[in-house]
Ligand binder design. Sequence first.
Ligand code: BG6
Length: 515
Amino acid sequence: MSIRTSTFSHSESFKQIPPTIIVIFGASGDLTARKLAPAIFNLSKDELLPSECFLIGYGRKKISDSQFRDYLKMSLDAHSRRDIRPETWSRLVQNISFHAGEYDDLESFKNLSSKITEIEKTLSKEVQCLFYVSTPPGVFKPILENLGASGLAKRHRRKEIESKVIIEKPFGRDLMSAKELNNIVNHRFEETQVFRIDHYLGKETVQSLLVQRFANSIFEPIWNRNYVSCVQITVSENLGVGSRGGYYDRSGALRDMMQNHVMQLLALTAMEPPSSLNPEAIRNEKVKALQAIKPLVLGGKSSEIVRGVYTQGLVEDEKAKGYLQEVGIPSNSTTETFAALCLQIENWRWKGVPFYLRSGKRLARKASEIIVQFKRPPEILFGLDSKYSLSPNLLVIRIQPNEGITLYLNSKSPGLETRLQPIELAFGYETTFGSNTPEAYERLILDSLNGDGTLFIRGDEAETSWGILSPVLDYWDGLGVLGLEKYASGTWGPLEADKLLLARGHEWLTGKKYQ
Ligand code: BG6
């Protein structure tokens, strides 16, 4: 068994990848067109994939190789961050094919296996397979079972080139279904072969969070209950559900965003320093931080949860319809498009520091931010007199857009009178490093081919996160429409979300205090 080092050590990440076959299940779907095909081709353009790299699309539609190739070409023209030159395309296109088959038909998987063996024979080399499960979650189970039954899961087991499987979100829809899915996965694959994807972990700024925390000595000593007053994580979108109403209405903000993306940001912010950059060392610490979260108070005066649904309003000066008027949404839907939580992490570092999380659609603007709000200095010299208006120090980590970090400090504004004013020490990714950084899916596909699970969710991590949120889902299910607060599109969500913080002496900072 090879020793796996983390994605943070670049020499390892960019090692030579052996001949590879990437099989995408759900190949004619939206994700393949918008994200997966562009990521694979940009990796190829950067020569990070081997020249012997094959792409097999697997899907139920009976389409020919050439139809699939045309579809991919169109997708790339529409979505790739860089142009694909004709000569690059003509080199790649020969290695693209389509395999039509049902997901619950073992024969189709056996045929796929024969196709893979054929490729190996032609190359006279052993090939590693990456199976990308990018279908609706309803067919995850038969695909995983048939990968097992056809022997594809076991190809070259325990060698560097053992089969790998990427599983798209959602990984389950509650704790029980996540456990069931983990059972199916664990019967067919070793955990080292499994890559549960959360594309937020592939974002450049999210990867950088660990570096900021642990490659700088000034943050760690103050990253705890003695100095931090609260942590706020906002992942807001100004878009509505668009054409995804059918999927979204069965999901909602808690399942779609909170359980995965937002909880991952929390885990990275709250975790203890890992003992090494080994993927397991990092993921162990994330799991420990999640395990330390106290069960949420669901009802009554000290309730720690808020949910809402958007009504019509103005988003960036454009009229937006309400959720219930969106295509595919039943008029009696009780699905939340906004959720806010106040979590308490019961460990030595964080006891007493609220972690406020919120995520929603049709909010005022798109923003993913982590804000660490520090305690006020003692009001002895400044702060007693209102003219000094002492603001708390803030560390704002902007994941997107306008990626960067800003530290807010109090300073004296120029003049003969002493007046305090918050000032910004700001770092912007684009200003410092330029634009056109790789997309999250590029990083994640490359890491999975390298067998590096650092930026993926381990089975126990998914279950721990569901363990915190499943009771909330059950509670809301029982309430029906009761407590589902309305908010106008283009605002920052329901008033109750503001009250959640006000009751604890805080206020949301993203979108309010500063822009
Ligand atoms: C996806 C959700 O996981 O993340 C979508 O299913 C959401 O509903 C999207 O719009 C947001 O991703 P990003 O990268 O645009 O912030």
